[in-house]
Design a protein around this ligand. Structure first.
Ligand SMILES: [Ca+2]
Ligand SMILES: [Ca+2]
Length: 95
């Protein structure tokens, strides 16, 4: 290995290290959020109950839709309009 090769190898190793480090940190953050029982606000599946952000089409299962519905307060606070007929069952189409 000549000097130039060594420099490149070092750069590649540093970049690879950062990628792995970031992946591990992301994984750990997700795990920590999971352990304390709240969803990661940075993840795609965050539960924002402040405005109408989700529709039934945003969920792939009824369980997910129901979890969001319940988390935001159920019928009394159906901020996302997941339960149009107010019977307490959101997204009938997913059942
Ligand atoms: Ca909606
Ligand atoms: Ca309903």
């Amino acid at each position: 290995m000549n000097k130039k090769d060594k420099i490149w190898a070092t750069i590649i190793i540093i970049i690879a290290f950062f990628y792995i480090f970031n992946a591990v940190v992301d994984y750990k953050v997700d795990k920590i959020y999971e352990e304390v029982g709240v969803s990661n606000p940075n993840s795609m599946t965050d539960s924002d109950c402040s405005s109408n952000k989700y529709n039934c089409g945003d969920f792939s299962t009824y369980t997910q839709a129901k979890a969001m519905f319940d988390k935001c307060g159920g019928v009394s606070n159906d901020i996302h309009y997941l339960d149009g007929d107010d019977d307490g069952i959101p997204c009938e189409s997913l059942r």
